[in-house]
Design a protein around this ligand. Structure first.
Ligand SMILES: C[S@@+](CC[C@H](N)C(=O)[O-])C[C@H]1O[C@@H](n2cnc3c(N)ncnc32)[C@H](O)[C@@H]1O
Length: 239
């Protein structure tokens, strides 16, 4: 049976790649990457591996992002069918905000291809560490357009808002004005929130800044490489 291994690369630094992920990548004759802007890409290239990255695909104006991710999945299924296996590397953990993992599971099953996932450390653990929060106090992981805009959350539980740019098209410029407006429907302007982001290559350092929700657009500025917003819960009368 052909196999596809989906490998989580962790949040960036090679020190955060699991041993299992490392072994899977080193064993593979060829590795596909959703994005090459990751330290593991340069590391494998320096070892002379054959690498294929899908970054160029993001610059086409796809009618819907699902079609772009479908294109990547087609390529991986074809590789596994033709050669018997494919290894596909993704940032963080393959089950956190990675549509291609879900599509590969669905379409792999239908095509008789085994899809196995090697877990990785996601940005969620890194973000909670940066803000010193325990998920056991309750944590909602949400997207601006899919959840916040539609009121699919409770303001009385902490929330980590991901992909805060809420882009309609992948090529749209980064902006958080809509996310800020949707949040201000549920929280007061002086509610203290924390922006968490990484500066990206080469070090993938994690930064954070706490400010009032009303200042989100100004603090976000011209755009940041991979950022999320931690929104603490509103107090209840019975707290
Ligand atoms: C497509 S998701 C990929 C998540 C990845 N699968 C993971 O498990 O880390 C990208 C989103 O993750 C969040 N993200 C990734 N790295 C981050 C970081 N260092 N700090 C804050 N948010 C981050 C941002 O919300 C970004 O828009």
């Amino acid at each position: 049976m052909p196999t596809i291994s989906v490998v989580g690369l962790g949040p960036g630094p090679l020190s955060l790649l699991t041993k299992e992920a490392e072994q899977e990548l080193l064993r593979a004759p060829k590795v596909f990457f959703r994005t090459n802007k990751y330290p593991a890409y340069d590391w494998l290239r320096s070892l002379g591996k054959t690498l294929v990255a899908f970054d160029g695909v993001y610059s086409f104006r796809w009618p819907h992002a699902d079609q772009m991710y479908g294109f990547m999945v087609d390529a991986l299924l074809k590789e596994a069918t033709n050669t018997g296996s494919a290894v596909y590397a993704l940032p963080g953990d393959p089950h956190i905000l990675e549509l291609t993992t879900t599509l590969l599971r669905e379409r792999g099953r239908a095509a008789g291809i085994e899809v196995k996932v090697v877990a990785g450390l996601s940005f969620i653990e890194i973000a909670l560490n940066a803000i010193e929060v325990d998920a056991g106090d309750g944590l909602q992981i949400v997207l601006p357009r899919r959840h916040v805009a539609r009121g699919l959350f409770s303001p009385h539980l902490a929330m980590l808002v991901c992909q805060i740019e809420a882009k309609l098209h992948l090529t749209d410029p980064p902006s958080v004005d809509q996310t800020a407006a949707w949040l201000l429907n549920a929280y007061p302007p002086d509610h203290a929130v924390t922006l968490i982001w990484t500066s990206g290559l080469p070090a993938y350092d994690v930064e954070r800044k706490r400010f009032a929700l009303a200042d989100l657009e100004r603090e976000y500025g011209e755009g940041r490489y991979f950022s999320s917003l931690f929104v603490p819960p509103l107090a209840r009368d019975d707290d």
